[in-house]
Design a protein around this ligand. Structure first.
Ligand SMILES: Cc1cc2nc3c(=O)[nH]c(=O)nc-3n(C[C@H](O)[C@H](O)[C@H](O)COP(=O)(O)O)c2cc1C
Length: 209
């Protein structure tokens, strides 16, 4: 059975910088033998978390919308590739809504103390791709922290990062072939690299002044 990869596009902008790098990473994952599905969060009609805390009792989210099938898909995936632009030092609203809805999983784990997965230990890994327009390097700390907490809840190893600053115009990242090549390589590595303990993700950084 090929590994299942879910490629999650977090930007509101179609074919923007993070989308293009996500597509390259997905291509790398496919060439490494995985089955890849891409989800564009901008197209998913989902409510934000309303903090009703029903999930404290139910272990799932009671809001019946397009998040529900996406939630199942996210749990089924062996690998996640999450791409995002930096918006005000964090992820855009589309990505944040997706992340916050996983509070139901947090509840299942920490309030109800139920196992997330049947059949025990699974090798789940994630790659994060983030782009920003400014010179800042610090902005990726916020991105990393947000996804780290998300992957902790999902019992997924935060495997690697690709950080790229100083890209603003739609699609201009294609003018940086070394970045595009790294996206492909990281997608393939996510699928094919042997399993290992990682406390911190391996980071590939393209920082321009
Ligand atoms: C609402 C908004 C907020 C932004 N905030 C930041 C920021 O805090 N730091 C930064 O470096 N770039 C910021 N940017 C620039 C984007 O991160 C940049 O244009 C990026 O390349 C967009 O990626 P995309 O094409 O994948 O959407 C912001 C852009 C928008 C529209």
């Amino acid at each position: 059975m090929p590994l299942k990869v879910l490629a999650i596009a977090g930007s509101p902008r179609r074919n923007g910088n993070s989308d293009l790098l996500l597509a390259e990473a997905a291509r790398g994952a496919r060439e490494a033998g995985a089955e890849v599905e891409t989800v564009e969060l901008r197209k998913v009609r989902m409510s934000p978390c309303v903090e009703c805390n029903a999930c404290y009792r139910l272990g799932r989210c009671r809001i019946d919308d397009a998040f529900q099938p996406l939630f199942e898909k996210t749990l089924e995936a062996d690998r996640l590739i999450c791409s995002t632009p930096v918006f005000f030092m964090s992820v855009p609203a589309q990505a944040k809504i997706f992340i916050d809805r996983f509070q139901c999983l947090w509840s299942r784990k920490y309030v109800l103390k139920e196992p997330l997965f049947e059949g025990g230990d699974r090798d789940r890994r994630a790659l994060v791709i983030a782009v920003g327009g400014s010179r800042s390097r610090k902005m990726f700390d916020c991105i990393e922290m947000t996804w780290k907490y998300f992957f902790d809840v999902l019992e997924t190893t935060y495997w690697s990062n690709l950080w790229v600053n100083r890209v603003d115009d739609k699609g201009e990242v294609v003018e940086k072939p070394a970045v595009v090549a790294d996206a492909f390589r990281l997608g393939a590595d996510l699928v094919s690299a042997p399993r290992e303990e990682r406390r911190k993700p391996k980071s590939t950084e393209h920082f321009a002044e």
